[in-house]
Design a binder for this molecule. Structure first.
Ligand code: GLY
Length: 373
């Protein structure tokens, strides 16, 4: 018997699409993708780790619908989101004679989704693509909303495009193959949704997060679905981040600086940086008198209970000083007229965007956090 499928609609007019969420969805991918095709042929881009786990199942489900596929496998890891691999993907798709009306499938985590989505955005000035996110982070965040791109030595995601997928298939069953560290890193983005706009969801996570981490299928389905609902609603309001969409970057100003400071290495995964960044954003909010001191304490307590990185001291190795970290924050895409913009909070579930942060308070907070390293 098929598992129930959650369907979240991303209401973007002629660029609207559905995110389907269910356990075992990969086995149904062929049937779900078939109605989108003009000819029975797709190109799949993945990484070698994900391909080892999930490519045979995807190919089987496509074949069952008479859909032929070609496959390109890239090295796993953040370093793949670069100019060189963008060229590799584009050249391969052109070699495969992928046309505008064809579908390219991004099978993988956030790195593959962002890179392949960007290749799809620029190939022949835009071909269609389907996201099949295989990490928790990609299921709840990066596969939805059309942000695509690559990193350069200047920073993360500084080269990219908005290019919406035609369909997103989030199979919560594939999360079982994730290493625990990756799962918890993705959980950083799940917590972010509760913190930025849904206090009841955060409360639910406090009660159910440990079950989710232990593999409870119903908890995973609910957490992914609620996260995607929140993202879809914000993206539909503000597709290209002129306003509210910046709320989705709660914790990310700190995170991007920390990722740059750690060289985008295994020292800090993106979702781990988001979790630490959320804790710092709440700490800064409390220091600025915007929220009570209980709020950052509660955020930290939940992250700790989940066994996640919570403070700068949890990042192995040395970190640069506060001034250097603030310098790295200045590369953030939210910088407006040279002014840093932060997502701060009045309470759990009540985030807002502001440029009004006294530099002294920020420096003092980072100095104290770094002193504990
Ligand atoms: N990850 C933030 C956004 O999609 O806007």
């Amino acid at each position: 018997m098929s598992e129930p499928v959650e369907r979240v609609h991303v209401a973007l007019g002629e660029r609207a699409y559905d995110v389907l969420i269910a356990e075992g969805l990969l086995d149904r991918a062929g049937a779900l993708i078939a109605p989108l095709l003009h000819r029975p042929r797709v190109a799949i881009v993945s990484d070698s780790t994900v391909a080892g786990h999930h490519l045979p199942g995807l190919v089987r489900s496509l074949e069952a619908e008479g859909i032929a596929s070609a496959h390109l496998s890239l090295p796993p890891g953040e370093a793949t989101k670069c100019w060189g691999q963008l060229e590799t993907v584009c050249s391969w798709l052109l070699d495969q004679r992928i046309e505008r009306r064809d579908i390219v499938i991004a099978l993988g985590g956030g790195v593959i989704g962002d890179l392949v989505g960007f290749a799809a955005a620029v190939l022949r000035r835009g071909v269609r693509f389907v996201q099949i996110p295989t990490s928790l982070l990609a299921q709840v965040d990066s596969s939805v909303g059309g942000k695509t791109g690559i990193n350069t030595h200047h920073g993360k995601n500084l080269i990219g495009a908005f290019h919406q997928p035609s369909l997103v298939l989030a199979d919560t069953g594939v999360l079982a193959s994730l290493p625990r560290r990756d799962l918890l890193a993705g959980y950083g983005e799940v917590v972010k949704y509760g913190l930025l706009g849904d206090a009841a969801f955060f409360e639910w996570l406090e009660a159910n997060g440990p079950k989710l981490a232990a593999g409870d299928p119903a908890a995973r389905l609910r957490a992914v679905t609620r996260s995607v609902e929140m993202k879809a609603e914000i993206v539909a309001r503000d597709e290209t981040e002129q306003g509210d969409r910046a709320l989705l970057n709660l914790g990310h100003t700190f995170c991007h600086a920390l990722e740059a400071a750690t060289g985008y290495s295994g020292r800090l995964l993106h979702g781990e940086g988001v979790a630490i960044g959320c804790a710092l954003a709440f700490e800064l909010s409390a220091r600025l008198g915007l929220c009570s001191q209980e709020a950052p304490s509660r955020v930290r307590a939940h992250l700790r209970e989940m066994g996640m990185k919570t403070d700068l001291a949890d990042i192995p190795g040395e970190l640069p000083g506060a001034e250097a970290l603030i310098g790295l924050m200045a590369q953030d895409k939210k910088v407006l007229d040279g002014k840093l913009r932060f997502i701060l909070a009045r309470d759990i579930g009540a985030a807002f965007v502001t440029s009004d942060v006294a530099p002294g308070v920020l420096r003092e907070m980072l100095d104290e956090a770094l002193a504990a390293v």
